[in-house]
Design a protein around this ligand. Structure first.
Ligand code: PLP
Length: 374
């Protein structure tokens, strides 16, 4: 039986409850045991919905899909070592957030939801707006006023109601919480159905690499939606005895905004108070990651670590990637800069490593023009 469970009180709620936190304000996770047979999956279309039995949707008619998922994995040489990159920017909206948004909005449709609200500094908002449009669900996206113009234009193009909030990211969060009293909260951070979508990343890596499964995954750690999803997905595969162990998770932050890295390094029990500095890696510039403890716990479970990268490293890596033919967001370059740091200082000689390119460069044209091409 599947249900929602509160991280603090451990209380369970029916899977189909339209809630985003527990009665005590705790974070929710989906508990969902899945069992599928590979033979039937292999004959299906190459999208994340091929893992249907593993996704918490009761009726296939509710699936809202734009053909997302099954992104390619390519080999590339970094710091004289061959590693894999999964091209997670090849999604309909231009970022891997479509994994979570496709599943979350499908679930919203199944629950009979007619309007959703979400807050984001960009890609998650664009992705939710995209699937809400496709589902015919009304959508309101709250963003801080200084969000990059190309992302705002994308959100508006899908017909979402864009609310620009003056002030800090926290002011945006406050305005959003007010709106959640009237509309379903399609948050990539709180709503646990989002992680049920990002977990398909693990299934794909397993299916695509099989006998050569990576020992280590180098992933972004902003709100950790891909990292948490990867852990959940590999845990499923382990439970089904398809793999022996979950790959080591390495989470990458930007030095200028690295609360999880700090928490991990100094063994803090809660988020540090600090003044975040601006970073080119806007996708992982999260000063108050709500699921920080869960992210650190999962990384520790796999004997992984966190690394932080400098602005200079982000710039150099962005140019390196562009010259290899990958036009990505600065945030994606930060992850690969972390990958290089990991290879140079931590990797074992035969360790098989996979990382990701998370977002398209088309998302950040203005920034790229101003900073990288000047
Ligand atoms: C959201 C996002 C990230 C970071 O993901 P988290 O879930 O916040 O850890 C990285 N890159 C891009 C392009 C993103 O949109």
């Amino acid at each position: 039986m599947a249900h929602l469970v509160c991280q603090s009180s451990k209380k369970r709620y029916p899977l189909n409850s339209p809630i985003w936190q527990s009665e005590v304000g705790g974070l929710l996770d989906v508990e969902f045991e899945t069992d599928w047979n590979w033979a039937s999956i292999l004959s299906r279309k190459p999208s994340l919905w091929r893992y249907l039995e593993a996704l918490p949707i009761d009726n296939e008619a509710n699936i809202i899909s734009l053909g997302e998922g099954f992104t390619p994995i390519q080999e590339i040489e970094i710091a004289q070592r061959k590693v894999w990159l999964k091209l997670e920017y090849l999604f309909p909206s231009g970022s891997y957030k479509d994994r979570g948004a496709s599943v979350l909005i499908s679930k919203a449709k199944e629950l009979g939801i007619t309007s959703v609200v979400q807050d984001s500094s960009g890609n998650a908002g664009a992705s939710i707006a995209q699937y809400a449009a496709r589902a015919g669900i009304q959508c309101q996206i709250f963003v801080p006023k200084d969000t990059s113009p190309s992302k705002l234009i994308q959100i508006q193009s899908y017909g979402a109601d864009l609310c620009l909030i003056e002030g800090s990211r926290e002011d945006t969060a406050y305005a959003t919480k007010q709106a959640t009293q009237r509309h379903y909260y399609a948050s990539h951070v709180y709503n646990p159905f989002f992680l049920q979508g990002t977990k398909t990343f693990a299934y794909e890596v397993f299916e695509q690499l099989r006998e050569k499964l990576p020992d280590t995954l180098v992933l972004p750690a902003g709100n950790g939606t891909l990292l948490l999803g990867a852990y959940i997905g590999f845990q499923d595969l382990k439970r089904m005895c398809l793999i022996d162990k979950i790959p080591k998770l390495v989470g990458i932050q930007a030095e200028n905004n690295a609360p999880i890295y700090q928490m991990f390094q100094t063994n803090l029990q809660k988020l540090p108070h600090f003044q975040p500095r601006p970073t080119l890696a806007e996708g992982i510039a999260i000063a108050q990651p709500v699921r920080a403890k869960q992210i650190i716990e999962y990384v520790k479970q796999t004997r992984g670590i966190f690394l932080a990268v400098s602005e200079e490293q982000i710039i150099q890596t962005w140019h390196f990637l562009a010259k290899k033919g990958y036009f990505v967001e600065p945030t994606s370059a930060a992850v690969v800069a972390g990958l290089e740091q990991y290879i140079l200082h931590y990797a074992q000689p035969n360790e098989k490593i996979l990382s990701v390119l998370t977002g398209s460069g088309l998302k950040a044209i203005d920034k790229i023009q101003k900073i990288f091409l000047k």
